[in-house]
Design a protein around this ligand. Structure first.
Ligand SMILES: [Zn+2]
Length: 316
C-alpha cells in the first residue's frame, strides 16, 4: 500500500498548494476541514508554521495569517517552506466563540487524541500532521472577550530557540512567559519545535496596528531565518523585553472606567481607573501596585468581582 504523502511532500519545490485536512462534521453533516496553504521555495531550508484561529473568536490572528498568504509577503521565499493555516478552530469561528461547541478550549487540549473530545481532535491534527514537519512556528492570537492586548510576543524562557525567534520578530513588547500545560506551545516545546505566540487587539474586532505589526514580525523572522531577502525591511522602534506579569483584578462588581490603557508605562500608585456602583453612591480608585507597562486592559464597562482589568508587565 502506498503511504499517503504528508503536507510538505504534496507540494513540489517552487510551488504553492492549498490542502484540506479532515477534522469532522457539523451535526448537519457538513464536513469541517482545516485548510492549510503550503508554499515551497526551490531551495531546501527551514519549514515555518504560521497558525491563526486556535481560538475561533480571535479574528486578528486569522486576518494576520490570511494577509500573510494573500499579500505577496510569502511570494519570494528564498529557501524552505511555509505552512500557513489561517483558521484552526472552524467550529469556534462559526459560533463567534473561543472554544469548540462542547465548551472545550483547543489550546488546553494538546497534544490531543483522534478519538477524544472535539477540541482534542482539532489539536491532534496539528500535533500529528503539522508539528513533525516544521522547524519553528508562530501562533497568532487576539485578546479575550472585551480584552485588548497591546501587540506582543510571548516565548518560553526555557526555550532558547524560541527566545531567538521572539527577538527576531521584534514586536513592541517581548514577554518571557512559561507554557501552560496541554497548550500548543507546551506540546511544541516537548517536541523541540520552538513556538512563539503573538497577541494583539481584542476578540471579534480587527485592530489595524496589531495586524500591521504582526505582518512586519513575520517578515522579520523569515529574514532572520534566511528565508526572505532583507530588501524591504525598514527601521523599527526597539522591543521592550519584559519577564514578569500579573493581573490587577476588580475588588467589586460594577461599572468600570479606565484612565490609561495598554501600551503605557505607569508608576506605583498611579490611577489606572475607577470602579463605581450604578447608583452614584460608591466609587473606588484602582491604582497601579508597582511601576509596570500595561500589556492588556479590559474594555467592558460592566464588570464582575474578580474580573481581570489590567495586565501589567515588568522586568524582574
Ligand atoms: Zn487565544
Amino acid at each position: 500500500m502506498k503511504t499517503p504523502k504528508n503536507l510538505l511532500e504534496s507540494c513540489d519545490p517552487g510551488q504553492r498548494i492549498l490542502i484540506d485536512l479532515d477534522v469532522g462534521a457539523l451535526p448537519s453533516g457538513t464536513p469541517i476541514k482545516i485548510r492549510a496553504h503550503v508554499i515551497r521555495a526551490e531551495k531546501p531550508g527551514p519549514t515555518a508554521l504560521l497558525l491563526g484561529g486556535v481560538h475561533g473568536d480571535e479574528i486578528n490572528g486569522i486576518e494576520i495569517v490570511r494577509r500573510a498568504v494573500s499579500s505577496g509577503l510569502l511570494r519570494h521565499l528564498q529557501c524552505g517552506a511555509v505552512i500557513a493555516i489561517p483558521l484552526l478552530n472552524v467550529y469556534g469561528f462559526l459560533n463567534y466563540s473561543r472554544d469548540v461547541p462542547d465548551g472545550k478550549d483547543v489550546n488546553r487540549s494538546f497534544p490531543g487524541t483522534s478519538n477524544g473530545s472535539l477540541a482534542s481532535r482539532v489539536a491532534k491534527v496539528i500535533t500529528k500532521q503539522v508539528l513533525p514537519l516544521v522547524n519553528f512556528g508562530i501562533d497568532f492570537h487576539t485578546g479575550g472577550w472585551a480584552h485588548h492586548n497591546h501587540p506582543q510576543i510571548r516565548y518560553s524562557p526555557k526555550d532558547h530557540s524560541a527566545q531567538v525567534l521572539a527577538k527576531a520578530f521584534h514586536a513592541p513588547v517581548t514577554l518571557a512567559s512559561n507554557t501552560i500545560p496541554r497548550s500548543l506551545r507546551n506540546t511544541a516545546l516537548e517536541m523541540e519545535k520552538p513556538m512563539i505566540i503573538f497577541e494583539g487587539g481584542e476578540n471579534l474586532r480587527l485592530h489595524g496596528p496589531s495586524i500591521d505589526c504582526a505582518l512586519q514580525g513575520i517578515q522579520n523572522v523569515l529574514v532572520a531565518q534566511g528565508m526572505l531577502s532583507t530588501a524591504t525591511s525598514k527601521a523599527q522602534p526597539d522591543t521592550l523585553m519584559l519577564n514578569k506579569s500579573s493581573w490587577t483584578r476588580a475588588t467589586k462588581a460594577g461599572l468600570f472606567e479606565w484612565c490609561i490603557s495598554s501600551g503605557n508605562w505607569v508608576e506605583e500608585g498611579q490611577t489606572l481607573g475607577y470602579l463605581r456602583d450604578p447608583y452614584g453612591i460608591h466609587e473606588e480608585e484602582i491604582v497601579a501596585p508597582r511601576k509596570a507597562f500595561i500589556i492588556g486592559h479590559d474594555n467592558s464597562p460592566v464588570i464582575n468581582q474578580g474580573d481581570a482589568l489590567f495586565h501589567l508587565a515588568w522586568v524582574e
